[in-house]
Design a protein around this ligand. Structure first.
Ligand code: MG
Length: 169
């Protein structure tokens, strides 16, 4: 059985993962309006990843005899200046999420909940990948100056991204 404290913290993190989904959907909509369908595709896949993160936590809370309570979602930003600014914000957001996952892990350790620690290890590793993915694209955008032919090449590259769900436990 999950402790009340950990249940509350998981519920808060489910909200943050769903907000991530909402933020990235907003970024996808921005890129659609900017005519950059590859960048839009990148974020539409990110949207699916974030829903998966929320659902992994949903399932864990339920499996441990806890209860999921959904809260209101914060409204995401809707206006972005350009591709570089958007990716810098996405990278900053992933760094924040990493801190939140670390906080959740700290709590699981304090509560001596080994099942939660094991479950959260997946998220700790996932965040390394999430930050790296965003940072790589930020760096590429800086290299090409965020415009022109380079931007279109990157748009083509991101159009190739496909959603690969991790194996279900
Ligand atoms: Mg996430």
């Amino acid at each position: 059985m999950i402790s009340q404290k950990l249940q509350d913290a998981y519920n808060q993190q489910i909200n943050r993962e769903l907000f991530s989904e909402y933020l990235y959907l907003s970024m996808a909509a921005y890129f659609n309006s900017a005519g950059l369908k590859g960048f839009e595709n990148f974020f539409l896949i990110q949207v699916r990843e974030e829903r998966l993160h929320a659902m992994k936590m949903y399932q864990f809370v339920n499996d441990r005899g806890g209860r999921v309570y959904l809260k209101a979602l914060e409204a995401p930003e809707t206006e972005f200046k350009n591709a570089l600014e958007t990716f810098e914000k996405a990278y900053g957001h992933e760094k924040l999420v990493s801190r939140l996952i670390n906080d959740l892990m700290d709590l699981a350790i304090r509560e001596n909940d080994h099942a939660a620690k094991s479950h959260l290890n997946w998220f700790v590793e996932e965040q390394v990948e999430e930050e790296s993915t965003m940072e790589t694209i930020v760096n590429k955008l800086k290299l090409i100056g965020g415009e022109g032919h380079g931007l279109l090449m990157l748009d083509n590259e991101l159009a190739q991204r496909v959603f690969t769900p991790p194996p279900v436990k």
